[in-house]
Design a protein around this ligand. Structure first.
Ligand SMILES: [Fe+2]
Length: 175
C-alpha cells in the first residue's frame, strides 16, 4: 500500500476537532491563564494597589516625610493609576472588582518611622514586580498585557526612586 492516507471506514468515522476551535474554547490550551485565573490575579493586584494608595496617603500626612513629598506623591499616583486600570479590565472581562484593601496596609501602618515604612513599601512594590514578571507571559489579552507592562515599569521606576531616597536618608544628605 502506498501513500499516507487511511481511507478505511474507521478513519472516516472519527470525529474531527480543528485546533482553532480548541483555542477559542480554552486559552489554557496554549499555556495562557483562563479568564477566571486572570480575574483572580487582577483582583489580588487591585487589593494590593489599593493598600498602596492608602499607605502613600498616610505617609504624605506624616510630618517626618515632608522632605520626600514629591516621591510619595509619585508612588501614590502610580498606585492610583494601577487601581483604575485594574478595575477597568476586571469589569471589561466580566468580573467584579474587589473593594477590599490588601493586608499590606495594616502591616505598613504598624511600622514606626519613615525609613522602615519606605523599606516596607518597597518590599510590597517588589512583590508586585515579581508577580507581574512571572504572570505577564501567561496573559493572552493584548490590551491587558500592555497595561500590566506599564504597571510593571511604574513599579520598577518607583522602587528605584525609593531606594535612592533611603540611601540619601542613611547618608544624611538631601532626599
Ligand atoms: Fe503597587
Amino acid at each position: 500500500m502506498s501513500g499516507k492516507r487511511d481511507d478505511s471506514p474507521k478513519a472516516a468515522a472519527e470525529p474531527y476537532s480543528p485546533p482553532c476551535q480548541m483555542h477559542e474554547a480554552d486559552p489554557a490550551y496554549f499555556g495562557y491563564m483562563t479568564t477566571e485565573e486572570v480575574l483572580g490575579l487582577l483582583n489580588t493586584l487591585l487589593e494590593g494597589e489599593r493598600a498602596g494608595v492608602r499607605a502613600a496617603t498616610a505617609l504624605r500626612k506624616s510630618a517626618e516625610a515632608k522632605d520626600c513629598t514629591p516621591l510619595i506623591r509619585q508612588v501614590g499616583e502610580g498606585e492610583a493609576w494601577s487601581c483604575a486600570m485594574l478595575d477597568g479590565h476586571i469589569t471589561r472581562l466580566g468580573g467584579k472588582p474587589s473593594h477590599a484593601v490588601g493586608r499590606f496596609y495594616e502591616k505598613f501602618i504598624a511600622i514606626e518611622g519613615l525609613a522602615g515604612r519606605l523599606a516596607f513599601l518597597n518590599r510590597g512594590q517588589e512583590w508586585v514586580i515579581r508577580r507581574l514578571r512571572e504572570d505577564l507571559p501567561k496573559i493572552a489579552d493584548e490590551r491587558l498585557r500592555a497595561d500590566l507592562d506599564e504597571m510593571l515599569s511604574l513599579h520598577v521606576t518607583n522602587v528605584a526612586a525609593c531606594e535612592d531616597a533611603m540611601r540619601a536618608m542613611k547618608e544624611g544628605g538631601p532626599i
